[in-house]
Design a protein around this ligand. Structure first.
Ligand code: M6R
Length: 612
């Protein structure tokens, strides 16, 4: 939810930390702050707003120091303002802390500290932690590392922490429980960050800290141990990451770049897995789990937001092509119900970030009940990827824009590959149908490129509706989840109220909303619902609604009744969500830009939701 960056080495820490925070701003952008230490002299700068506001604020100041920590915040405790911004300094100025996550028992610790004479400037749980460490350090005469561990043993919650102690200026401390932290290893210097993106331009050697581990980084080396002081030999991961992937390139926004990357990201998702020459699908990541998946009596998909919508497409795919019953659950609901999970059920958890707290909790609950849990994640080494029994990475590349676009299409591709492979193994799919689905999948990147070629025309449609206050999205079958996704995209980045509905449900209520101000986006391609969707369009037009129809290229009937049509190429019905979602992504993007919204960092949102 928040982004953490740290550095210790021979260079000036400030610019490295600031650049890293800019790369992590997708995780939160309510406030930003950096603390650097120069031989015991602490310089702390923080403010409400974005990292660019912080940079502006410190222009011309001397911020030298070769050790430091920084933070970009998505507020949980306390409103976003200068005082609640991280880093937080303990009352006697000994410890400086940045924190991602929530300390659940902070009230109790705060009361105890107040009794001991501690006072607080902010409303944050993080300041409580900083003071708690300091109180243990001073009263029990501990080293900084011992004090940090003593505090960690007593706090409850989820956290990623970066800590410096002014008395020990040659050390940077990091601790993890539930919130990700990566450590970059280089010659005489170490980097700390919430994910790899701020680190990869300096080193490709990374350690992903595990839960309940503490790292002590000094210029002379590092040590990793658990909260009880047992040394841990970490796994060093070599990351193969192109730093250009985390820049905007020639695009004005990450979201636009990521929409345009979809032909490539989908090809990457299929690379080495879908072979159109011999018509095979090879899913190495779940090879061992395949017998259980293929004999599952039921699949339960757990996910949130856009990943949930991808799961709904998966439901249609698995039921049609593998004949396995599927239930798709919001992870936040599933985790607090008392769901019935049988031995022969398989759980599939879908998450771009691999860090979504509700999805992670749902996985843990399913594990406790003995279920096999498979993951569909984009971020390699993420918590969900590590906690699932096996899984398939989407390999869509880093998705920085808060609105999920290329992650959605790659998730749907993974689910399609799984459904087709399971269907074939179960004998539901004959060889010819299987081969034709594989050909269809292989052709999707080129179909999406054709849609992207009409971006200019789609922009003009967006222009016509840029001032709308509301919108309705309608689809049926495979395109119903796309209607939900189109509505989510519009509301999250344009702040326009939008609802997605199965088209036939319109007459059970939403039709009351239709008047000449209501744009209705209808997914009306040539599939088995075509005639029914034409009727739905007529129902909207009869009430003077504005219809924007996504149609199959060459359709001549709907253009006679719709206000605007956007054509997409001919495509197999099961793969339509991958192609039909693209014009809806573009419409949302252009409407948001025309309304002057911050497309990549919409208000109140963060890219990965690591709190409940
Ligand atoms: O990282 P995840 O896929 O688990 O994230 C789930 C949702 O938070 C995410 O899809 C969210 O809905 C996006 N902002 C939608 O664009």
């Amino acid at each position: 939810m928040c982004g953490i960056v740290g550095y210790i080495g021979g260079r000036t820490a400030w610019p490295i930390i600031v650049k890293g925070l800019q790369r992590l701003e997708y995780r939160g952008y309510d406030s930003a702050g950096v603390a650097v230490l120069n031989e015991g002299d602490l310089k702390l700068r923080k403010c409400r707003g974005k990292v660019s506001d912080l940079v502006q604020m410190v222009k011309g100041q001397d911020l030298s120091g070769a050790v430091g920590i920084g933070h970009t915040r998505w507020a949980t405790h306390g409103e976003p303002n200068d005082v609640n911004a991280h880093p937080h300094v303990s009352m006697n100025g000994k410890f400086v802390v940045v924190h991602n996550g929530i300390i659940e028992n902070y009230r109790e610790i705060k009361a105890h500290l107040i009794e001991k004479g501690y006072t607080f400037k902010s409303q944050t749980d993080t300041e409580v932690f900083a003071n708690f460490v300091e109180s243990l350090y001073l009263s029990e005469k501990l080293t900084a590392e011992q004090a940090v561990k003593a505090a960690l043993r007593r706090i409850i919650g989820a956290y990623g922490l970066g800590i410096i102690c002014v008395d020990e200026p040659n050390a940077l401390f990091a601790a993890r429980k539930g919130s990700p932290l990566a450590i970059g290893l280089a010659e005489g210097e170490y980097f700390l960050a919430s994910d790899a993106t701020p680190i990869v331009e300096y080193t490709d050697q990374l350690i992903y800290l595990e839960d309940e581990q503490v790292a002590v980084l000094t210029r002379n080396g590092y040590n990793i141990s658990n909260f009880n002081d047992d040394h841990v030999d970490p796994v060093i991961t070599h990351v193969d990451f192109d730093v250009d992937n985390v820049d905007k390139g020639c695009y004005e926004h990450y979201m636009l770049k990521e929409i345009h990357e979809q032909p490539q990201s989908i090809a990457d998702t299929m690379r080495g897995r879908v072979n159109p020459e011999n018509h095979t699908i090879n899913l190495g990541g779940i090879a061992d789990a395949m017998p259980r998946l293929a004999s599952a009596r039921r699949i339960i998909v757990v996910a949130c937001g856009t990943s949930f919508h991808a799961g709904l497409v998966g439901e249609y795919l698995f039921e049609q092509y593998a004949r396995v019953p599927v239930e798709v659950e919001y992870a936040s609901e599933f985790r607090y119900r008392n769901p019935i999970i049988n031995d022969d059920d398989v759980i599939v958890a879908i998450s771009q970030s691999g860090e979504t707290a509700d999805t992670l909790a749902a996985i843990r609950m399913a594990h406790e009940r003995g279920a096999l849990v498979l993951g569909v994640c984009n971020v390699v080494g993420s918590s969900i990827a590590r906690e699932t029994d096996s899984g398939i990475y989407t390999h869509a590349g880093p998705e920085i824009g808060v609105a999920s676009t290329k992650a959605f299409t790659s998730q749907v591709v993974v689910l399609a590959m799984m459904a087709f492979a399971v269907g074939r193994r179960r004998g539901v799919l004959d060889e010819a149908t299987y081969a034709s689905l594989i050909d269809g999948l292989s052709n999707v990147p080129s179909l999406i490129s054709q849609v992207l070629d009409s971006a200019a025309q789609i922009r003009e449609v967006a222009r016509a509706y840029q001032l709308a206050q509301n919108a309705i999205y309608l689809g049926r079958g495979y395109l119903y989840p796309v209607a939900l996704e189109g509505a989510l995209k519009l509301k999250e980045i344009s702040y326009v109220h939008a609802e997605g509905y199965p088209a036939a449900e319109m007459k059970h209520g939403p039709i009351a909303l239709i008047d000449n101000c209501m744009p209705v986006f209808v997914l009306a391609t040539h599939d088995k619902f075509y005639d029914k969707i034409v009727n739905n369009i007529q129902e909207v037009k009869a009430r003077k609604g504005q219809v924007i129809a996504i149609v199959t290229k060459g359709d001549s009937e709907i253009s006679k009744m719709a206000d605007y049509v956007i054509e997409i190429p001919v495509c197999q019905e099961a793969l339509l969500p991958l192609v039909a979602v693209v014009p809806l992504q573009l419409i949302s993007y252009y409407v948001a830009v025309m309304r002057g919204c911050n497309v990549d960092q919409p208000r109140n949102l963060a890219k990965s939701v690591t709190v409940e």
